[in-house]
Design a protein around this ligand. Structure first.
Ligand SMILES: Nc1ncnc2c1ncn2[C@@H]1O[C@H](COP(=O)(O)OP(=O)(O)OP(=O)(O)O)[C@@H](O)[C@H]1O
Ligand SMILES: [Mg+2]
Length: 267
């Protein structure tokens, strides 16, 4: 079981504990010898080099590794922001590495949510409008988009900041808006690239708590991080070097439910 063993009192104890995924279950993400190369000859860079990866539905995978080892490139491939040079990639039962541009864009819009280190919110839109935007682009009615955005801002604890522009929000609040935006179309997969890289420890804790809650409810997550404490909250940790996976560690009995201890802030 992945249930935290020493769960402390309080709200987290009442949070639903997700069943860990089981080996042999259909993976949500499946990559086979996935590769991305840039340049050629002496300038050839193997940014992602024949990576095999499976992520089960409901699983949280952390990816760590030194700068330049290919973490962001891998996330971009998984989310269809970029195309592999070689290899196969599946999302559920659909092969996505060969989709047309139009189908790929549709897949990104409906099936994948991205969270970036630098938030990438639209500065001139309010928090509410930022969260509505992906739903509108996916063809929902303004009313549906509004209702969904409101519910998501409530969920991330920012209902009272809905009309604020990003410049009037703290870093942690901005990232929570970005997470709400990533969830706007109920994606099957959320990809986060250093989501706490620009945050102080209090905001890091807020964002971690949010991810933890979403994950406990079944969200499938691949999170790139330089922070071991964050990686420790995943179900599995993968280490990358020079475009390849060099180590993989299941985090059974995990640390979930003890985030506050992990980030050194106490209860
Ligand atoms: N568009 C590009 N053209 C050429 N080389 C690229 C391009 N994008 C990435 N690379 C190279 O691919 C390698 C992997 O880059 P990537 O951004 O995936 O690393 P990373 O692990 O995310 O690093 P960081 O931790 O610094 O974010 C690097 O050597 C980088 O220089
Ligand atoms: Mg990167």
């Amino acid at each position: 079981m992945n249930a935290p063993m020493n769960q402390s009192d309080g709200e987290l104890e009442r949070a639903p504990v997700r069943e860990p995924y089981r080996a042999g279950e259909e993976p949500l993400v499946r990559a086979r010898r996935l590769s991305k190369r840039y340049g050629k000859g002496d300038g050839l860079v193997r940014a992602v080099d024949e990576v095999d990866l499976e992520v089960a539905a409901g699983e949280a995978v952390a990816v760590m590794g030194p700068s330049g080892c290919g973490k962001s490139t891998l996330l971009h491939l998984l989310g269809g922001l970029d195309r592999p040079s070689d290899g196969e990639l599946w999302l559920g039962d659909r092969r996505i590495d060969q989709l047309s541009e139009r189908k790929l864009a549709e897949m990104r819009r409906h099936d994948v949510g991205f969270v970036f280190q630098a938030f990438h919110l639209m500065d001139e839109l309010t928090a509410q409008e930022n969260v509505e935007l992906p739903a509108l682009l996916a063809g929902r009615s303004p009313r549906q988009a509004r209702r969904r955005a409101r519910a998501l801002l409530e969920e991330v604890g920012l209902a009272d900041r809905a009309r604020h522009l990003p410049c009037a929000l703290s870093g942690g609040q901005r990232q929570r808006v970005a997470i709400a935006r990533a969830l706007a179309n109920e994606p099957r997969l959320v990809l986060a690239d250093e989501p706490t890289g620009n945050l102080d420890s209090t905001a890091t804790l807020e964002v971690l708590r949010l991810f933890e809650r979403l994950h406990a409810r079944g969200l499938t997550l691949v999170i790139v991080t330089h922070d071991e404490r964050i990686a420790a909250t995943a179900d599995r940790l993968v280490s990358m070097r020079d475009g390849a996976f060099v180590d993989e560690m299941p985090l059974v009995g995990g640390t979930r439910g003890r985030l506050a201890d992990l980030v050194g802030l106490g209860g």
